[in-house]
Design a binder for this molecule. Sequence first.
Ligand code: VGL
Ligand code: ZN
Length: 203
Amino acid sequence: MRALIIVDIQNDFTSGGRLEVKDGEDIIPLVNRLQHEFELIVATQDWHPGDHKSFASNHVNRKPFEQIMLNGLEQVLWPDHCVQGSGGAEFHPDLDMNRVASIFRKGMDREVDSYSGFFDNGHLHTTGLAGYLREQKVKEVFVAGLAGDYCVYYTARDAVLEGFGCSLILDATKPISTDKFDRAKEELRRLGGKIIESKDLLS
Ligand code: VGL
Ligand code: ZN
């Protein structure tokens, strides 16, 4: 069994959002088309409390995109985004959610960020995604969504580390930083993940 993992296609990561990925919404028609190639589709949703420590606003004298140490982990400080219950945390209205079987929320613990759909950044707590996929007999996952250099990359990486075959669908993602994304793609390949294009999947 193969599964499509749709990562964080939420209003705050698309145009006009609080942590906008440039042209992020442009991938949505393709992600909707790709869904027809899969029997199992899951989505992740970044879902932070307002006092989350990944937000620059929750530190004194810190600006967005600065880096700090947070409980022993390197942490980029972000603009407030995907606050639980806010419009920015909702899935983009153009994303087809009808066939999404399950939604895995992440980033609820204010002390640790969670880029991956599988684990928090300290790899201490699981979201249950790996167990769910195994129970559904999934052997191979395909990852799409936002942002390529953060949540998509960390989700794909953890999928590989959890023993799933894993392909990142290049034209179904967009990064915050292209430089960072180039390094992330190299690292994913090194770990045994694949980088593919949607045409490799669409019939
Ligand atoms: C993300 C930064 C902070 C993402 C989430 O979805 O890529 N990036 N929170
Ligand atoms: Zn976040």
